[in-house]
Ligand binder design. Structure first.
Ligand SMILES: Cc1cc2nc3c(=O)[nH]c(=O)nc-3n(C[C@H](O)[C@H](O)[C@H](O)COP(=O)(O)OP(=O)(O)OC[C@H]3O[C@@H](n4cnc5c(N)ncnc54)[C@H](O)[C@@H]3O)c2cc1C
Length: 401
């Protein structure tokens, strides 16, 4: 059922009830997964290389609106509280009201960018799997390596085949909560579920985590009159220098060696430390930003700390970071036994899976890094799908993980 002159071919799949279901298979040179800073940058540079959105490449995004993970951030995260947002390629953010929620500023900015550049992002489509096409199935289209299956919330399925996949799915969908012995009977939530400090008035909240989000939560909750405690596994790593727009470069430099070795990327704070502002210094002096140390165990009414003390709390807010959201790539078996994905020296190419690129991963997990990674991945994807090149059909290594 392959039609060389058509954009779409037909594939059959079996439903759970055993009925054959027909899908249009759309053929693209490149599929970009995710329309955050990394995916939009990649799409921009594909376009700059002469590829046409919706024809040569497709951008699929799980969110119902523009904005990437920023579209989910809490109201109280106003623009003046972010660590520096790098501009999207060839588009200035311009003047913004620093007291406006970052979520609204960035949704508007990304939305304008998509429209002005005609990137025709398809949403909401969540990619469920990326699989390798074996050589036989793609014989007539020699540079098709991957099949990408996406689902719409209304139940529709879309299938794309492409020579290259650029995955920029961020971390927001994959919050990390460490394990401790015992069980807590009160409310628990992660950074992802936080909406407003007003939800916690009159309650005692333990904020767990040594990152910037934890610090901001403590400050916000305190401003709202909420009684707080702070737990970090290791003492807070304050740094004297404030964050600036080049903050992402620190992240890049510190994380690169790990991701090239296939290790799981470190948290941003482990890489860069926590900026100690004048406000932060005052909060340390008055005891707000002083950690009680590590948790040893959870109890029904609170926690036991490693120093042998016990505290009762009503809520535990886990601001303990995120892991890369890569479950859609599981069929490719790209994860190294060391826990990460072994990346090439360009920091975007997955060594064991030619034609697969990760952007916003590890070293490029800042808006600056994501923007630069998008450019490198787009250029590499164009090369990897260039039919005039001789080395585009190299078989992918089979790796388990
Ligand atoms: C609380 C917090 C604060 C931060 N503050 C800053 C800051 O001030 N400055 C800075 O530079 N960086 C900051 N970062 C890091 C920053 O968010 C990222 O580096 C950057 O914005 C991420 O861009 P991205 O494109 O990689 O991912 P995201 O913005 O997460 O975009 C990923 C997109 O992919 C979509 N997606 C996910 N899975 C799928 C799927 N299976 N199928 C289809 N689509 C999918 C998502 O819906 C989303 O739209 C912060 C991160 C956090 C968590």
């Amino acid at each position: 059922m392959e039609c060389l002159t058509c954009d779409a071919t037909l594939a059959l799949d079996m439903t759970e009830s055993g009925h054959a279901q027909a899908f249009d298979v759309r053929h693209r040179r490149v599929v970009v997964i995710g329309a955050g800073q990394a995916g939009l940058s990649a799409a921009h540079f594909l376009q700059r290389a002469g590829l046409v959105a919706g024809v040569d490449f497709e951008v699929l995004d799980a969110n119902p609106t523009a904005g990437g993970a920023w579209s989910h951030r809490w109201d109280a995260l106003t623009f003046d509280r972010v660590n520096g947002l790098h501009d999207l390629p060839e588009s200035e953010l311009g003047d913004v009201d620093p007291r406006e929620p970052a979520r609204e500023v960035i949704k508007r900015y990304y939305s304008r960018y998509e429209t002005e550049n005609g990137l025709s992002v398809d949403r909401p489509w969540r990619v469920r799997s990326v699989t390798r096409i074996d050589d036989g199935a793609s014989r007539v289209r020699p540079v098709e390596r991957y099949e990408v299956t996406a689902e719409h919330p209304d139940g529709r399925t879309a299938v794309y085949r492409a020579g290259a996949v650029i995955s920029g799915t961020g971390t927001w969908d994959h919050p990390y909560v460490p394990w401790y012995p015992g069980a807590f009977g009160g409310r628990q939530l992660t950074t992802r579920d936080f909406t407003s400090p007003a939800d916690f008035v009159g309650r005692r909240v333990l904020v767990v985590g040594g990152g910037i989000s934890a610090v901001q939560f403590l400050q916000m909750l305190d401003e709202a009159g909420v009684d707080t405690l702070w737990s970090t596994r290791t003492p807070p790593r304050w740094r004297e220098a404030p964050f600036d727009p080049m903050w992402g470069l620190d992240v890049e430099n510190s994380v690169a060696a790990r991701t090239r070795a296939g290790l799981r990327p470190l948290s941003v704070v482990a890489a860069t430390g926590l900026p100690l502002t004048a406000e932060g210094r005052a909060d340390v002096e008055r005891g707000l930003l002083v950690s009680r140390g590590a948790i040893a165990a959870l109890t029904d009414d609170g926690v036991d700390f490693a120093d042998g003390t016990h505290e009762s709390v009503d809520v535990i807010l886990w601001a303990t970071g995120f892991r890369a959201a890569l479950s859609h790539l599981a069929p490719l078996g790209i994860r190294d036994p060391a826990g990460g994905v072994v990346m090439a020296d360009d920091d975007v190419s997955v060594i064991v899976s030619p034609g697969l690129f990760l952007v916003g991963y590890g070293r490029s997990a800042s808006t600056l890094g994501a923007t630069r990674a998008g450019r490198r991945a787009a250029r590499a994807a164009v090369r990897a799908t260039d039919v005039s090149a001789t080395d585009v059909r190299e078989p992918a290594e089979s790796v388990t993980g």
